[in-house]
Design a protein around this ligand. Structure first.
Ligand SMILES: Nc1ncnc2c1ncn2[C@@H]1O[C@H](COP(=O)(O)OP(=O)(O)OP(=O)(O)O)[C@@H](O)[C@H]1O
Ligand SMILES: [Mg+2]
Length: 222
């Protein structure tokens, strides 16, 4: 059943309420990443410094420590980069949807246990700012959903620029075949931001059985 909003104001209120919820979620994720990942990695460096001091008269031990420190430092840089990318895309939703989705995929990737494969085909076309922002949010939510609700190890994000429309696919490999119909039913019924945003920009969103999980398809008329 189509959702009818009594006024544009009500619709915008609903969207901003949900956008605020998404922001809270991102802040929570970054807090967890700082706490569980970065602080742990940095704490190790205090131990390294103690050990370096004690190994002052043992060049072989110093050498071994330096090798480990270099590797761990690289990993600290990667953590900081991941956190900064999570903050950045919010401001750098730039003119190119291809580029901002590429950055989004990099920022949401969890190397080793949540890989995202991004692919775009065809020639990118200009899309009005608001519509581009909504498409960005839709893709962001679909990727979030894949990691949150399925045990996906891999997520594929595809942007297919055709003559008259842009087809966006987000597919995961995290759910058994039997469960998918139930998830599809839930998503079809729910009046979520995916539905709201798609309606607002005249796009359609549909869910299918993917090869090993859910396949969401957004069709946007250019
Ligand atoms: N990729 C997915 N794999 C399996 N189930 C999914 C997937 N995406 C969504 N679902 C199912 O569809 C339901 C509706 O998703 P929806 O994004 O609307 O809400 P939510 O993620 O539960 O909550 P919110 O998005 O408000 O945090 C989910 O609760 C989940 O059961
Ligand atoms: Mg969700």
């Amino acid at each position: 059943m189509p959702v009818i909003f009594t006024s544009r104001k009500k619709f915008e209120l609903e969207i901003s309420k949900r956008a605020a919820e998404i922001c809270d979620q991102i802040i929570l994720e970054m807090g967890a990443e700082l706490h569980d990942d970065l602080i742990q990695k940095l704490s190790i460096f205090r131990l390294y410094l103690d050990r370096l001091e004690r190994s002052a008269h043992n060049p072989a031990e110093t050498e071994a420590l330096l090798i480990n420190m270099r590797t761990d430092f690289e990993s600290v840089i990667q953590s900081v980069r991941r956190i900064s990318r999570k903050l950045l895309p919010e401001q750098t939703v730039n003119d190119s949807l291809n580029t901002s989705i590429d950055m989004l995929c990099q920022s949401l990737e969890r190397p080793g246990f949540g890989n995202i494969y991004y692919e775009c085909t065809g020639t990118e076309r200009t899309i009005p700012d608001l519509n581009r922002m909504y498409l960005y949010r839709i893709i962001q939510e679909l990727i979030h959903n894949a990691f949150k609700h399925s045990s996906a190890w891999h997520v594929w994000v595809r942007l297919k620029w055709k003559n008259e429309n842009l087809v966006i696919e987000v597919e995961d490999d995290g759910s058994g075949f039997n469960k998918i119909s139930e998830f599809i039913e839930r998503l079809r019924k729910k009046n979520n931001t995916l539905k709201l945003r798609s309606q607002a920009i005249g796009a359609s969103i549909q869910y299918h059985h993917g090869e090993k999980g859910l396949l969401a398809k957004v069709d946007y008329k250019l």
